[in-house]
Design a protein around this ligand. Structure first.
Ligand SMILES: Cc1cc2nc3c(=O)[nH]c(=O)nc-3n(C[C@H](O)[C@H](O)[C@H](O)COP(=O)(O)O)c2cc1C
Length: 218
């Protein structure tokens, strides 16, 4: 190929590659209108650490650390996977027996499932599979904030497990709201175990910041 033709080809390739390397977008759920989601919270960072496949905690309680999470639209899952990768913990998902549809999560309509559940303090959505805590002494517990609270399925989870002798580290993701007293509420519902106050983790938290938080837990 002649020199001019190579230059033209290189220019074309450079043009076509514009946008390469843009961060992947998640299925981030915006906050309710009253609490607008900051733009930075709609895009999760690339997970830097290799992610272990989800494990059956009943088979692999070797690390003594378990990350349990509920995630309706994938944000909390990303953070949970990053914590598990950094700590070497096992990972388990709280899966609703009746999955949440996009319509169920539409907080613009006060009659939709998630909002009705949050407005019903004793609602206890059923969990699909049993999650065993046997052999774990530290349990990270992740969830999204729904109307300022932990989703009711977290209450289903903590009320159906014995946390005696375990330290529970609640963490959450949200559009913008803080964790509030969600950790204390879950602790009261569990009635056993040592629950820390909940921490809201930004989707944009770096690995270094996440590691610093993990180390601060003692
Ligand atoms: C029903 C519902 C209520 C929500 N309420 C709040 C809220 O009160 N404050 C807030 O900042 N974000 C709120 N959000 C946004 C979620 O907390 C946020 O998108 C979270 O990261 C979703 O996590 P997930 O993808 O793991 O489900 C709400 C989302 C839904 C579906």
């Amino acid at each position: 190929m002649k020199k001019n033709a190579w230059i033209a080809a290189l220019l074309l390739a450079a043009l076509l590659c514009t946008g390469c390397g843009a961060p992947a977008e998640t299925a981030a759920q915006p906050a309710p209108a009253a609490e607008p989601t900051p733009a930075e919270e709609t895009t999760a960072p690339e997970p830097a650490a290799a992610q272990d496949p989800e494990t059956n905690p009943e088979e692999t309680a070797g690390s003594g650390v378990l990350v349990v999470y509920f995630s309706a639209t994938g944000n909390t899952r990303i953070v949970a996977e990053r914590i598990a990768a950094l700590t070497g913990a096992d990972l388990a998902e709280i899966v609703p027996a009746q999955p949440y549809t996009a319509e169920d999560l539409d907080y613009g309509d006060s009659d939709t499932r998630a909002t009705v559940e949050q407005n019903t303090p004793d609602a206890r959505p059923e969990i699909a599979d049993e999650i065993s805590l046997d052999g774990y002494t530290t349990v990270y517990l992740g969830y999204p904030i729904w109307w300022g609270q932990a989703p009711r399925i977290l209450s289903s989870f903590v009320e159906s497990h014995d946390f005696t002798g375990k330290t529970v580290i609640p963490f959450c993701t949200s559009g913008s709201s803080g964790a509030g007293t969600t950790g204390e509420t879950l602790a009261g519902q569990a009635g056993t175990g040592t629950f820390l106050s909940a921490t809201r983790l930004s989707l944009r938290i770096s690995d270094e910041e996440l590691q610093t938080w993990i180390d601060s837990l003692g």
